[in-house]
Design a binder for this molecule. Structure first.
Ligand SMILES: Cc1cc2nc3c(=O)[nH]c(=O)nc-3n(C[C@H](O)[C@H](O)[C@H](O)COP(=O)(O)O)c2cc1C
Length: 458
């Protein structure tokens, strides 16, 4: 079988993910693996149409396109994301229609499911039958059983492709662009002591009008910046120089870190705006998020911030983006005031939602309200807690330090009295007649402690 591997790491051949690909190549000697490293070539793909067409030609010639990438900030690296945008912009669907595709991604499993959701949507939009995905942890290749499972994945994949065993699509096609939205004046009545900043990828079109309208709700207009103002000179290199003490390779070479720390980390409320491309925010936004890894994503600069999001595009058709926007503020122990899009509703209705969002955002700030974190936020921080403590602290020393300082290492907890009580309680409730009594009246027993709290309310 002829496999075209679209490799998605900025590190090219020295990437962890590529070791999985090369392992498969060694195990499946009868198949040919043609590898294209997308991220190092992305500028050429953007600027040289012939080069881009050549890549699409290689995809067309293959029996299977293997999208093989490391997880970068919930989905793919910004350069890989840009290729996906190009495939949409340059209407590659007409050539790729019917070409089988699968996904192989390595990570520490933080939102690998989100990346798969995203990729499946993309592949379905491109008309590429989705064969399967495999999402090994980055060190799984060290484990014999997991290596064999990788081999099983590939065997199954080949059978799926040769047998045409593709399942029906799970995504509804994307609609046309939303109707034009005209900026509205929202009265300039909201006052706040809190500091707000708006960051957008564009001030043009509907996104620009959403930003302008949102800002018009405030007596003192919040400052608005575009991602260009950050002066990013390039994407995240994946070099992990940030690990020991949060020093990025770009330090002193471009404006990103200075802007991030001066303009974003110092405010209370962050408003992000953007035009949706394929099934996510733009590659430029993706570059912003990838580069924020310089403070290795789990640290302090954005903790406790409140977020509002303004989007132009079919957000309701983008479950991966919805997951990201739910989890991102929760990761920072922050608060998402809400998301407004231009997707549906009249101009007046959209404008009214923007006013509501501005008020909701400021109200949460003034009342000190934080929505409780959900599965995404809680599970994410626990995953990092365990990974960093277990092995990653050798590289991510800065995280280890801050996790210790801020009590992220909260399990196993060191409260000896609680541990003793729980051990005793576990033993006692194994005694049959006590267990019978306990489970015989479980609902009432469960709320015993709550009753004390409620009874204490005047
Ligand atoms: C900037 C950056 C962002 C990352 N984001 C995620 C993530 O969201 N989820 C995850 O599980 N791992 C994430 N990782 C870890 C990588 O996915 C993982 O180390 C992968 O195996 C690296 O593969 P590579 O060497 O092929 O680039 C991230 C790593 C970097 C450098």
């Amino acid at each position: 079988m002829k496999i075209l591997v679209l490799a998605g790491s900025p590190k090219g051949e020295t990437s962890v993910t590529m070791q999985y690909v090369r392992y498969l190549e060694k195990r499946f000697k009868g198949d040919s693996f043609d590898v294209f490293h997308v991220v190092p070539q992305i500028r050429k793909l953007v600027n040289d149409i012939g080069f881009f067409d050549g890549l699409v030609g290689r995809m067309v010639d293959a029996d299977l396109v293997l999208w093989s990438f490391p997880l970068y900030f919930f989905i793919v690296h910004s350069g890989y994301k840009r290729l996906i945008e190009l495939l949409y912009e340059r209407n590659a669907r007409s050539r790729l229609q019917g070409k089988p595709a699968a996904v192989l991604t390595t990570s520490i499993h933080f939102h690998d499911s989100t990346a798969i959701t995203y990729m499946r949507g993309v592949l379905e939009d491109l008309g590429m039958p989705y064969a399967d995905c495999h999402t090994p942890g980055m060190r799984d290749l060290m484990d014999k059983n997991k290596r064999e499972n990788l081999v099983r994945f590939f065997e199954n994949l080949k059978l799926t492709v040769s047998g045409d065993d593709f399942l029906s699509p799970v995504n509804t096609p994307l609609p046309e662009k939303p109707a034009p939205f005209a900026a509205a004046d929202l009265g300039g009545t909201i006052r706040t002591e809190g500091r707000i900043v708006v960051l957008t990828d564009t001030l043009e079109g509907n996104t620009g009008a959403l930003v302008e309208s949102f800002c018009s709700a405030f007596a003192d207009k919040p400052p608005v910046y575009t991602l260009k103002d950050m002066g990013m000179k390039g994407p995240c290199l994946g070099c992990l120089k940030c690990g020991p003490a949060n020093h990025c390779s770009y330090e002193g070479k471009d404006g990103y870190i200075g802007f991030f720390m001066d303009k974003l980390a110092t405010v209370d409320m962050l408003v992000f705006a953007g035009e949706l491309k394929d099934r996510y925010l733009s590659a430029e936004w993706k570059q912003f998020f990838d580069r924020s890894f310089f403070s290795t994503h789990h640290q302090k600069p954005l903790w406790g911030k409140r977020f509002a999001i303004l989007l132009s595009g079919a957000y309701s058709r983008m479950p991966a983006l919805q997951e990201f926007l739910t989890c991102y503020p929760e990761q920072w122990q922050g608060h998402l005031a809400g998301v407004v899009t231009d997707e549906t509703g009249s101009n007046q209705q959209i404008a009214a939602s923007l006013g509501a969002l501005a008020r909701t955002l400021v109200r949460s700030q003034e009342t000190g309200y934080y929505r409780s974190a959900s599965f995404a936020g809680i599970a994410g921080i626990r995953l990092f807690r365990d990974e960093v403590f277990d092995e990653l602290r050798v590289v991510f020393k800065a995280d280890h330090k801050i996790y210790r300082k801020h009590g992220i290492y909260d399990f196993p907890h060191r409260n000896p009295i609680k541990r003793m009580i729980m051990t005793m309680a576990d033993l006692i409730t194994r005694i049959p007649f006590i267990q019978k009594g306990m489970f015989g009246n479980m609902p009432a027993n469960m709320i015993g402690e709550y009753k004390k709290i409620l009874d204490g309310v005047e």
